[in-house]
Design a protein around this ligand. Sequence first.
Ligand code: LLP
Length: 384
Amino acid sequence: MAYFPLEELRKIETPYYYYDMSLLRSTLQTVAEQAGKYGFYVHYAIKANPNHKILETVRNYGLGVDCVSGGEIRAALDAGFTGGQIMFAGVGKTDAEIELALDANIKCFNVESVPELENINAIASRMNRMAHVAVRINPDVDAHTHQYITTGLKENKFGIGLDLLDEFVAKALKMKNIDLCGVHFHIGSQICDKEPFEMLCDKVTDVLAAMEKAGALISIVDVGGGLGIDYNDPDANSMADFESYFKLFADRLRLKPGQQLHFEPGRSIVGQCGSLITKVLYVKEGASKKFIIVDAGMNDLMRPALYRAHHKIDNLTSTSAVDDVYDVVGPVCESADCFAADERLPLTERGDLLAIRSAGAYGEAMASCYNCRKLPASIFSDGL
Ligand code: LLP
């Protein structure tokens, strides 16, 4: 099992996120090495976890960032990333966000529609800037993942369909303050099979040929993020298989000289290094079930309530050799406030400390103050 410094953790007021920074560093080291083999560029998707200390650590390994709001651009700049390391995506960029991005001289806007392109051109012209643009393409590839985190199907709101690409390119090439230099794809998240990525590679090849035919000179090929992690056994698989992932793209995609391949992983970088640490308030015998009621709620970690996601739960303090089956629930006034149903755990009692694992991505980042609860704190293994 992962190492949790219990003596220190016991003293901290729960609930809080605990980050194993040595796991984060070894993950980043692996990503840098494996992507570096092929000269690929990696932009960490800030949305997974925008914590300042995490961003600084990511920056130390030479990665860039993928942002989806002005707030994320500011968080990146605060953490020391340069404009040239920032990609800016998102279906609904406001004028103020576009101005901020142009001011920061970001590497590329990932643009999702013709009206957005027209607006960026107008703002760039007013500011006397050139906006570098990648067109986000909806490749209609099924990522075989949860419907809420599938993004590359034609019925999703993201990107431009292949049928509208020619029109987009023709318009972009005529705009004075737009430099159309890239193509962008992202088919979904928590993808654990090779097949959707293989299909993506084939679509990318087709799109690059179409772009060339349409007269666009493409230097940035961005294939998004999406690599999944093992939520059921984070100790056996504490790191995603980055070696095979990058190799798949290296083997299957043939790029022209001068074309750079970019990736935007979020979950696979920070997911396994974070756990939500929570204390058992009560163990309650229901009519047909035993409930462990903990002091963390769905406001601290939304993924189980929102996606019915399963996160492994460890009891860090029980020494019992006997197991039982429990529903682990929070104190929030919603039936969805349930971290796990029928979870097998060692006999658990009031005061035990539980770790809800694999919560480094989309955990703290999605926390809210629902029920007037405090936002969870973040604790780093380095700082103990
Ligand atoms: N690039 C784009 C354009 C994205 O939309 C996303 C994620 C990523 C990169 C990073 O994907 P990743 O490598 O993390 O799979 N809240 C959900 C996940 C939402 C993902 C949204 N987009 C969850 O908790 O599962």
